[in-house]
Write a protein that binds this ligand. Structure first.
Ligand code: TEU
Ligand code: CA
Length: 531
């Protein structure tokens, strides 16, 4: 049984904003807080209850803000502290919450802590980072190359799990924990309602292990952050490398006072061999991975997060569905498949209008540090054209392209020069075009979220799967008391799908005609109440 508090949190609908690419309010080509403020009514109308903002703090932006140099100030490009206050006010006035992105594993090397730390071995900040005379292991950076860098000034090596200018904090130093608690409290006092926590499992290290993360004191640290009187009721979602249920329970069981839910990546591998290589895969594997975690989390009363996209992932629609002719069907089918399962929906900006991968023409159109490093490496063993193809498939910039608002010259995103080129299909895909169409992805999302609000069975109800693993489609039901709903999601081939019970006319569907005979064309879906 879920507690009242957990059950409330299960009703959140979270919209993830990548501020740099959402909406530019002052014509400098960079999205900002003022731009977000302009779109709050739209988000409320969609059915969003909370906004998760990717990092918006002072940063040299080597990794677009995940390299923070001041946790208590807003990045100049995005606005001021006053803008942040206005944003919080604007959200709260509309009954929405704000979740900030907390990056506790590392800071920018420009952070004053690091600048002090590198001065020597005996100042108050000396042990804020990991320093070694020789690298204690051969850990690799997520962005390629060794995770250890030599600092001339201090004459020692420091750890950087990501870019060289993102130094890992030493959490075994109690002062670091205290600093992070203070930062959390600072933002709670300012009005933040919760946090998404970047690579939460990495904050605890065991240097003898082959891989960074899940070190011995992990849960003490998480508890110290979010299990305190002041922080207990917050909504917290940890970005996590968890792969087994036992570890998930340690993070998310309510009585442990750690995290509300986890952002798990298991199903993100569907449709690809590795980050930059497509795998001729199908919706089937996505379905199976989603169902696996439904079973696991439900059996242990854990809150699960439901998502398909974020700022690190090329849109799912371009990876495993049809982002061309059947774009509308694919976008809505995926939504019905994932967001009517049991868990907390996370919608990434642009997903609600069926935005696809950006597909840029040249490597200079890209910006992401990971993509640029990978491109250089690819070029050593293949042609530039082949390397570009790989980047176009896997780059994080596929999700970081500016939001397409309307058909104006700059897609309505800016009046200036966008910091990264507009989406290659921005003339074809935009909110304005979508809303004018009979087949609007946005309106489908809106209707889906409304249905969840109006029918508790679709939020807290039990989930049962009616289709089998062999079926090239998914049929599942959600049941609460005597109310039962059935969700049918077809995959890439035409199918005849018959249901074992009579249903009302679909309350939500992406069909272009009536199907009384149970025929579903590719990527068609329907949601109906069982009679
Ligand atoms: O991502 C961490 C993470 O899980 C990476 O391994 C992810 O796979 C990465 O994006 C490589 O494609 C978080 C943030 O979401 C990401 O944007 C940051 O770059 C990273 O942490 C470092 O803070
Ligand atoms: Ca701007």
């Amino acid at each position: 049984m879920l507690s009242k508090h957990y059950e409330d949190q299960l009703h959140e609908v979270i919209y993830q904003i990548y501020p740099r690419s959402f909406m530019d309010s002052n014509g400098d080509g960079i999205g900002d807080l003022g731009g977000i403020l302009q779109k709050l009514d739209l988000l409320r109308d969609l059915g969003v209850t909370a906004v998760w903002l990717c990092p918006c703090f002072q940063s040299p932006c080597d990794d677009n803000g995940y390299d923070i140099s001041d946790y208590r100030d807003i990045l100049n490009d995005f606005g001021t502290m006053e803008d942040m206050d206005r944003l919080i006010e604007g959200l709260h006035a509309r009954g929405m919450k704000l979740f900030l992105d907390l990056v506790p594993n590392h800071t920018s090397t420009e952070h004053p802590w690091f600048q002090a730390s590198r001065q020597g071995r005996d100042n108050p900040y000396s042990d804020y980072y990991y320093w070694f005379d020789e690298p204690p292991n051969d850990w690799q950076s997520v962005f390629l190359g060794s995770a250890w860098a030599f600092d001339e000034k201090r004459g020692q090596y420091y750890l950087h799990s990501f870019a060289k200018r993102q130094a890992d904090l030493n959490w075994s130093n109690p002062k670091v924990l205290k600093e992070m608690q203070d930062i959390v409290d600072f933002w709670v006092d300012r009005g933040a309602d919760g946090f998404r926590i970047d690579v939460i499992d990495m904050i605890a290290k065991d240097f003898q292990e082959g891989k960074n993360g899940f070190g011995p004191h992990l849960h003490e640290y998480i508890h110290a952050l979010f299990g305190r009187e002041k922080t207990k009721g917050l909504f917290t979602v940890g970005e996590s490398g968890v792969t087994d249920i036992e570890e998930m329970i340690r993070h998310g069981a309510e009585e442990r006072g750690e995290l509300t839910t986890l952002f798990l990546f298991d199903h993100m591998e569907c449709g690809r061999e590795d980050k930059f290589t497509r795998k001729p895969d199908s919706m089937k594997s996505l379905r199976d991975r989603l169902l696996h975690w439904q079973r696991e989390t439900d059996a242990h009363d854990l809150l699960h997060s439901l998502f398909l996209e974020n700022h690190d992932q090329p849109p799912m629609i371009s990876r495993i569905a049809d982002d061309g002719e059947k774009r509308y069907e694919s976008a809505t089918d995926l939504a019905a498949m994932v967001y009517l399962m049991k868990g907390i929906p996370f919608i990434y900006q642009g997903q609600e209008i069926g935005m696809t991968s950006a597909r840029y023409g040249t490597i200079s159109d890209f910006d992401d540090i990971e993509s640029m490093n990978a491109y250089r490496e690819f070029c050593q063993s293949m042609s530039e054209r082949e390397a570009l193809e790989k980047i176009n498939f896997g780059s994080r910039d596929n999700a970081r392209r500016p939001m397409s608002w309307d058909d104006s010259g700059k897609g309505g995103f800016t009046t200036g020069t966008p910091w990264i080129p507009l989406h290659s299909r921005h003339g074809e895909i935009s909110l304005e075009k979508d809303l004018k169409s009979e087949r609007s992805v946005w309106r489908f999302y809106q209707a889906l979220l409304r249905l969840r609000r109006e029918h508790e069975a679709l939020v807290t109800g039990r989930l049962d799967v009616l289709s089998s693993r062999e079926d090239p489609f998914l049929v599942y039901t959600r049941t609460l008391g005597d109310e039962r709903w059935v969700i049918v999601c077809n995959f890439e081939e035409k199918q005849q799908i018959s249901l074992p019970f009579p249903c009302e006319a679909p309350a939500l569907a992406n069909l272009s005609r009536k199907t009384e005979d149970g025929t579903y064309l590719p990527y068609e879906c329907a949601v109906a109440r069982v009679r």
